[in-house]
Design a protein around this ligand. Structure first.
Ligand code: NAD
Length: 313
């Protein structure tokens, strides 16, 4: 039987560390870390995610600033709010929940967040820092994946990793993080030929395709480690909704370790968001790496709209 990597337990531990770090900052006379969460409209799934993020803040002692805007909010009004949050010294992290309504350009909005407050790590400046190994804020789900890998693998040097999925928010940043750890990373996608053959040779498989039970038992070599990022909502016969991952979980029990869905990567994403907020707050107040990119330089950037669409591949 494969070991189950318990994402809930790892996330709980990370939350405890985050809460301690917050308390240590307050005890040292620093401003309590603050996260602004912006929700435009009332998409039910987004409401749930925002609620969880606010709850996470309460649990760890981070101040949260909730901004709920009507679905008819104009892009200009949203950009004005972001400019205000960028300038607010009580706000160290800004999270704009996506998807945004169709009349708003997601790329422009996410690109307007100051890179030092971009706790989602999606801003091109942070993407650039990640791909050049020069610090910055790392996207939450990929960061969570590396923390789960840390529980089962001491050293990634030279390991063959196959990442399934090349999105800007999951697949590509995971690949960058693991290249930094000297792994040999193959990034695959919907057009990749012989995906099962590539996976069969891998020491680590990271499935982030959103294709339910794509990774079959025969794709996995004995002793491999599998991280399942995928989440698909599937209706069961009794009308309930079940979350299904990208890995045929029951078929991969010859793996060394595997994450379940739910209870694997999912809980790590919010825990990493909270940890990122504390990192941003500390660096803003101590003048760390993220702060090296001064606000004045940011204001001079010629093209803020170069940000990619968060939902684009
Ligand atoms: P995306 O749709 O932006 O990208 C999917 C990628 O997978 C693409 O590169 C596509 O080419 C590839 N792909 C799709 N089907 C494939 C197939 N059959 N074979 C090989 N490659 C295939 O999705 P995303 O935003 O990167 O998310 C991927 C999955 O991860 C989704 O299920 C999403 O719900 C989940 N997710 C989970 C968390 C979490 O917190 N657990 C966070 C983000 C995303």
């Amino acid at each position: 039987m494969a070991d189950i990597i318990d994402g809930r337990a790892v996330a709980r531990e990370l939350d405890e560390q985050t809460a301690k770090a917050v308390q240590a900052m307050v005890d040292a006379g620093m401003t309590r870390p603050g996260l602004a969460v912006v929700l435009v409209g009332n998409d039910p799934a987004s409401e749930v995610y925002v609620g969880r993020k606010i709850k996470g803040c309460e649990k760890t002692g981070i101040r949260s600033f909730e901004h709920r805007l009507s679905k008819n909010t104009t892009q200009d009004a949203l950009l004005t709010l972001i400019a205000r949050l960028n300038a607010d010294p009580e706000v160290h992290g800004i999270l704009v929940q996506v998807p945004l309504p169709d009349h708003i350009d997601t790329g422009v909005v996410l690109g307007a967040i100051h890179p030092d407050k971009d706790v989602d790590g999606f801003h091109p400046v942070n993407v650039g820092r990640l791909s050049t190994g020069t610090g910055g804020i790392v996207p939450c789900t990929p960061l969570g994946v590396t923390k789960l890998l840390d529980t089962v693998i001491d050293d990634m040097t030279g390991l063959d990793v196959v990442v399934i999925g090349k999105s800007n928010i999951v697949g590509k940043p995971i690949a960058m993080l693991l290249l930094e750890r000297e792994a040999t990373v193959t990034v695959t996608h919907i057009e990749t030929k012989n995906l099962s053959d590539l996976c069969r040779k891998a020491d680590v498989i990271i499935a982030a395709a959103g294709a339910p039970e794509l990774v079959k038992g025969y794709w996995v070599k004995p002793g491999a480690v599998i991280i399942d990022v995928g989440i698909t909502r599937r209706k069961t016969e009794d009308g309930k909704v079940k979350l299904v991952g990208d890995v045929a979980f029951d078929e991969v029990q010859h793996a060394r370790a595997v994450t379940p869905v739910p209870g694997g990567v999912g809980p790590m994403t919010i825990a990493c968001l909270l940890a990122n907020t504390v990192q941003a707050a500390r660096e803003a107040q101590e003048g760390g790496k993220a702060h090296a990119f001064a606000s004045s330089e940011w204001d001079l950037l010629p093209d803020r709209s170069m940000i990619f669409d968060k939902n684009d591949d």
